[in-house]
Design a protein around this ligand. Structure first.
Ligand code: NAP
Length: 329
C-alpha cells in the first residue's frame, strides 16, 4: 500500500543519518525506497530498517551504487522526491581523494539526471555538510558563517590531514548539485548543510563520523586541535529539517542546519558530568586556550518556519547511550 504522502527515495539508506530519516519519513506517511550497496564488500545490515513498524507495507530496499549512477534510474522512477545522502565516508585517508571526488560528483549528477528523466521526481534534497562552508586560518572570534560561505578548495586541498578529502569532495559535490539545478529547469533541488550530527541511532554499525564529531571520546589526539570549537545538531532535528525543506514550497538553494556553536572545553565539561568515567584527555585540555567559536547561522532555515527541538546534552547523551548499548563504548 502506498503511503498517503507518496513515495520518496533515500540514498545510502542503511547509514547513520539516512536510517533515522527513513524512520521519520515512514512515520510521516511516506513510502520509502532505500538504496544500499549489494557488493558483499560493503553489504550493510538492513535489519534495523526492515524491522521498522511501517516497513512491511511501505519500505522497499534497492541496490544502487554511486559508482554505477545508472543503478539509481529504476529506483527514482515513480518517486515524487529524493533525499540524497550517500557519500564515500573516509576520514583515514584510505581512499585516494580523486577517487572520492569522482564517485561523489559523477554519482550525484547521475542521480539528478535520473530524477529529471523520471518526470515523477519534483524535488531533491541533497545532504551536503558544514564541511562545504568552512573558513580556514585566523577568523575573528564569533565570525558569522552563512549560506554565502564556501570552503576554500585551495586551502583544504593543500592541507595534509585525512578529513581534507571529505571537505573537498562535499564542497565540489554541492557546487555541482547547485550548478545542475540552475541549468536544468523542472527539477527543484535544495541542499542542507548539517553541522556535526549527534544523537541516538538505529543503524547497526558505528557511525563513521563520530571520531570527527566527538574526538574527545572517539578520536585521536591529532584531531583535537581541529575541534577547539565545534558545531552540533541533533539527528532528529536534521531529519525534521530534511523533511521540512522537502515539503516547504519556498525552500531554495543552500540551508545551514546547526543548533550549537561550542568550545571543546564546554563539551568536555558536559561529558565530565555524566560520562566522567570515560577518559577525557584532561592534560591536553588544560593546555588549550578557550576560543570564541564562529557562529553557524541557521537563520535562513528558521526564517522559513523551522525550529530546533533538542539541546546539546540530549545530543551527547543520546549518542553515548546508544554506543554503550550497541557495544561501541
Ligand atoms: N554525520 C555527520 O555528522 C554529518 C554532518 C553533515 C553532513 N553529513 C552528510 O550526511 C550524509 C550521511 O552521513 P552519515 O554520517 O550518515 O554517514 P554513513 O552512515 O557512512 O552514511 C553514508 C552512506 O553512504 C553510502 N555510500 C558510500 N559510498 C557509496 C557508494 N559508492 N555508493 C552508494 N552508497 C555509498 C554508505 O553505504 P555503505 O553502507 O554501503 O558503505 C552509507 O550508507 C553524508 O552525505 C554526509 O556527508 C553527515
Amino acid at each position: 500500500m502506498e503511503g498517503e504522502k507518496g513515495t520518496v527515495c533515500v540514498t545510502g539508506g542503511a547509514g547513520y543519518i539516512a536510517s533515522w530519516l527513513i524512520m521519520r519519513l515512514l512515520k510521516h506517511g511516506y513510502s520509502v525506497r532505500a538504496t544500499v550497496r549489494s557488493d558483499p564488500k560493503f553489504k550493510e545490515d538492513t535489519s534495523h530498517l526492515i524491522s521498522l513498524p511501517e516497513a512491511p507495507e511501505r519500505l522497499q530496499i534497492f541496490d544502487a551504487d554511486l559508482e554505477k549512477p545508472e543503478s539509481f534510474e529504476a529506483v527514482v522512477d515513480g518517486c515524487i522526491g529524493v533525499f540524497h545522502l550517500s557519500h564515500p565516508m573516509d576520514f583515514e585517508g584510505k581512499i585516494p581523494t580523486e577517487s572520492i571526488i569522482k564517485t561523489s560528483v559523477e554519482g550525484t549528477l547521475g542521480i539528478l539526471r535520473a530524477c529529471l528523466n523520471s518526470k515523477t521526481v519534483k524535488k531533491v534534497v541533497y545532504t551536503s555538510s558544514i564541511a562545504a562552508a568552512l573558513l580556514v586560518g585566523n577568523t575573528e572570534d564569533g565570525t558569522v558563517i552563512d549560506e554565502n560561505t564556501w570552503s576554500d578548495m585551495k586551502a583544504f586541498t593543500d592541507l595534509d590531514f585525512p578529513g581534507a578529502a571529505y571537505i573537498v569532495s562535499k564542497t565540489l559535490t554541492e557546487r555541482a548539485v547547485l550548478e545542475f539545478s540552475k541549468e536544468c529547469h523542472g527539477l527543484d533541488v535544495v541542499t542542507i548543510l548539517p553541522a556535526a550530527v549527534f544523537g541516538p541511532f538505529i543503524s547497526s554499525t558505528f557511525p563513521p563520523a563520530f571520531p570527527m564529531s566527538l574526538p574527545l571520546i572517539f578520536g585521536k589526539e591529532e584531531h583535537y586541535m581541529l575541534f577547539e570549537t565545534a558545531h552540533y545538531v541533533h539527528i532528529d532535528d536534521v531529519a525534521s529539517a530534511q523533511i521540512f525543506l522537502f515539503e516547504c514550497p519556498k525552500s531554495e538553494g543552500r540551508h545551514l542546519c546547526c543548533k550549537f556553536d561550542v568550545t571543546i572545553q564546554e563539551v568536555a565539561k558536559l561529558l565530565s558530568i555524566k560520562w566522567s568515567k570515560h577518559l577525557l584527555p584532561l592534560d591536553f585540555l588544560c593546555k588549550m586556550e578557550e576560543k570564541i567559536p564562529n557562529h553557524l547561522s541557521s537563520k535562513k532555515l528558521m526564517d522559513l518556519g523551522f525550529s530546533f527541538k533538542y539541546n546539546l546534552e540530549e545530543m551527547i547523551d543520546g549518542a553515548l547511550q546508544c554506543c554503550k548499548e550497541k557495544g561501541f563504548l
